[in-house]
Design a protein around this ligand. Structure first.
Ligand SMILES: NC(=O)c1ccc[n+]([C@@H]2O[C@H](COP(=O)([O-])OP(=O)(O)OC[C@H]3O[C@@H](n4cnc5c(N)ncnc54)[C@H](OP(=O)(O)O)[C@@H]3O)[C@@H](O)[C@H]2O)c1
Length: 274
């Protein structure tokens, strides 16, 4: 990865987090280029990271080994079609993080087969705590796969998927997942305030509890169900709360919510890929 020249198309939040992660992991700033139509965005990224930012996408990818597509899904078609002439007959790797845009749509817009890797990142990547899933097409080499994986690992964890269809499940788990936990924290905070804690106390205790539980689940050799049982004494307070969740079928509701997210991801892919 250190020797690759990487061009980021789009200077938004995701590009910034990746660029920050790569530089922190030893990638030289002269190996990174970013593009954006907005002069303010280009100036911002140049000042923040000391990398070159350009307005012209075609010029910016001329010497790139990796083209990292980080624009909104709605503008992906135009961006990919614009780049097709430069990608043709090259060994450039395209990495797309655009939600809902399938590999065959990108290939079709390019007008030829190219090495393409699709990635579903999530927002904690902004603080180097992301969880990303990757899927590569058949044209991608092992070296290119390693490069894409190393890029995503610079801002968190990364896993490979066996089929692209699993991207819709990943969207429902880690893509949309941060919001589920925010919602749960929001509900706990509200309940804590109603019980008499002040707002600061309620927030701190809720967030630190979520963080502590996540760390324990990550570091422990026991699975979450086992960890739950370990902290649930018969007849105790935790058991009372968990019984209430179970009576309300929290598990069924979570499954229903994630099915709805997965279904929406499938629908969006169909409409965005046209
Ligand atoms: N944020 C997340 O948690 C997350 C999670 C999973 C996937 N993603 C995907 O990541 C991608 C980027 O997300 P983001 O949050 O970083 O978006 P963002 O902040 O909107 O950044 C996209 C940037 O691309 C610029 N742009 C628009 N057209 C362009 C063009 N033709 N050439 C070059 N740059 C162009 C935009 O400029 P203007 O603002 O002037 O249009 C904007 O600065 C999206 O496809 C999203 O689906 C994000």
């Amino acid at each position: 990865m250190e020797n690759c020249t990487i061009t980021f198309i789009g200077c938004g939040n995701m590009s910034r987090s990746l660029i920050g992660g790569l530089i922190a992991n030893g990638v030289k700033t002269n190996k990174l280029i970013a593009t954006d139509p907005d002069a303010g965005q280009r100036q911002g990224i140049e000042q923040q990271f000391g990398i070159k930012a350009m307005a012209n996408n075609i010029d910016a990818v001329a010497n790139a080994d990796v083209i990292f597509l980080a624009v909104k899904p709605q503008v992906m078609k135009d961006v990919v079609q614009e780049l097709s002439a430069v990608v043709k007959n090259s060994s450039k790797l395209i990495v797309s993080i655009a939600a809902g845009i399938r590999l065959d749509s990108i290939s079709e817009w390019l007008g030829e087969s190219a090495a393409i890797i699709r990635v579903m990142p999530n927002t904690p990547a902004l603080i180097q705590a992301g969880a990303a899933a990757l899927f590569a097409n058949e044209q991608t080499t092992e070296t290119q796969k390693n490069t894409a994986e190393a890029m995503m690992r610079s801002v968190g964890t990364a896993i490979w998927l066996e089929t692209e269809a699993l991207m819709d499940a990943v969207t429902a788990v880690s893509g949309s997942g941060p919001a589920y936990f925010f919602y749960f924290m929001e509900a706990m905070e509200k309940a804590a305030v109603e019980m008499g804690l002040n707002n600061d106390q309620a927030r701190l205790l809720t967030i630190e509890t979520a963080l502590g539980a996540a760390k324990m689940a990550l570091l422990s050799s026991s699975d979450p169900a086992e960890l739950r049982k370990q902290v649930t004494s018969p007849g105790g307070t935790t058991e009372q709360a968990l019984n209430t969740f179970m009576d309300g079928n929290l598990e069924g509701l979570v499954k229903e919510a994630m099915d709805a997210a997965q279904q929406r991801s499938i629908e969006l892919s169909k409409s965005l890929g046209k």
